[in-house]
Each structure stands twice: as structure tokens, then as C-alpha cells.
Design a protein around this ligand. Structure first.
Ligand code: NI
Length: 219
């Protein structure tokens, strides 16, 4: 064979092979991307609330509400509960989450006023040292009137934190004059029999939570 022609043939074969490899590669990537899309679509929960099947959360507690009344899990029996753990000195996340909860309650009040009394929103302190009754009362006044703030002794708070698997830890600031509290930031939806129904995350909007809640309430 003419060496020139041979060279050209080899080159053509080589280019064909490269084209084939690229072609297969692109096809494979497209399949992967499609698969990823399907997975994302299917992996996304239909409900806003996180799946909670099998999670044992909740149980007996004894605390004091922001009006000074002694309360326990029995106080709210028969009601749905939206529970958020935080602390009044929290600079950003707690107020944002409680404002969000207030918007959910306002939407419920507006669209299903009869259902409002079946939903008890609770804000439970993870900083009982600073969240005294007076501090709590003043703070709760900033949010929806249905919201109840709970605090207690360190031992009482430690117990409910354990029952709800709440992570919270004190972090001293640079000057050691003050501290903040790193804490988990879920809103729990508990059912009338104190069973965990759902958990909402920070990224869930007031509207998403409201839509999920009315569905759960059968409204
Ligand atoms: Ni906070």
C-alpha cells in the first residue's frame, strides 16, 4: 500500500475512533444527567415536611409558660403543636423562624379561623439561664398572639431537649463576657396524641408550611 494512503487511512480510523469515544461519552453523560434529574425528581419528598417515620420524638415534660403557668405535655393534649426550640437572645435565626411561624398562623386565622384553636404554637427555650419568665413574656409579645413561650430549670430544659433530640450548645464569644447558643433549627409538627407528624426546615417557606399544615389538618 502507498505509504501516503496508509497514513491517511490510519488517521481516518483514528479520528473515527475519537469521534466514537466522544459520541459514546456524550451519550453516557446525557443518560447520567437524565438519571440524575429523575432521581432528584423522585427523591424530592411530595410533602414539605421531612419524612419522620420511625423517629421517636416527644414525651412528658414539665415547664412554665410565659404567663407563669405550670404546663406539661397534657396541657396541649388533643391539639396539633408547632414546636420550635431556640432562645430569645438569638440574633437572627430564631426571630426569623418565629416570624415565619406567625405568618403560618395568620394565614390559618384568615382562611380557617375555626381551626386556629386546634393548633398550639410553642417556642421552647434552650437558654433557661437568660430566658426568665419576664424576658420570655416580653419576647413572645413580638409574635402571633397564639404563640406560647416555655422555659424552666436547666434540668427541665435538658430533659425536653433530649426528648425532642434537640442539639444546643453554648458558645462563648471572644470577650468571654457573653455567649450565644448554637442550636438545631427544626419546627416540629406534633399531632393531637403527641405523635411526631412532620419536621419543617429553615428553607421551608411560610406558604409551604401552611399548605402542608392545612393538608394535615384535613382543611
Ligand atoms: Ni436561634
Amino acid at each position: 500500500m502507498n505509504p501516503q494512503i496508509k497514513k491517511r487511512l490510519v488517521r481516518t480510523a483514528l479520528f473515527s475512533l475519537i469521534a466514537l469515544v466522544i459520541g459514546v461519552g456524550v451519550g453516557w453523560m446525557q443518560i447520567q444527567m437524565q438519571a440524575a434529574r429523575v432521581t432528584t425528581k423522585e427523591g424530592k419528598p411530595a410533602e414539605t415536611a421531612m419524612p419522620v417515620a420511625g423517629l421517636s420524638i416527644g414525651g412528658p415534660f414539665s415547664l412554665i409558660d410565659h404567663t407563669g403557668a405550670q404546663v406539661s405535655e397534657k396541657t396541649y393534649e388533643g391539639k396539633y403543636k408547632l414546636i420550635y426550640f431556640g432562645f430569645t437572645y438569638c440574633p437572627a435565626i430564631c426571630p426569623t423562624e418565629l416570624q415565619k411561624m406567625s405568618r403560618v398562623l395568620s394565614a390559618l386565622e384568615k382562611n380557617h379561623p375555626e381551626a386556629l384553636e386546634n393548633v398550639q404554637p410553642l417556642f421552647i427555650s434552650v437558654d433557661p439561664e437568660r430566658d426568665t419568665l419576664d424576658v420570655m413574656r416580653e419576647y413572645i409579645g413580638l409574635f402571633h398572639p397564639q404563640l406560647v413561650g416555655l422555659t424552666g430549670t436547666t434540668a427541665q430544659i435538658d430533659l425536653i431537649k433530649k426528648r425532642y433530640r434537640v442539639f444546643a450548645s453554648k458558645v462563648e464569644d471572644e470577650t468571654n463576657q457573653d455567649y450565644t447558643v448554637d442550636h438545631s433549627s427544626f419546627t416540629y409538627l406534633m399531632g393531637p396524641n403527641d405523635e411526631l407528624i412532620g419536621m419543617y426546615r429553615m428553607k421551608d417557606t411560610a406558604d409551604q408550611i401552611y399548605q402542608d399544615l392545612i393538608k394535615r389538618l384535613g382543611l
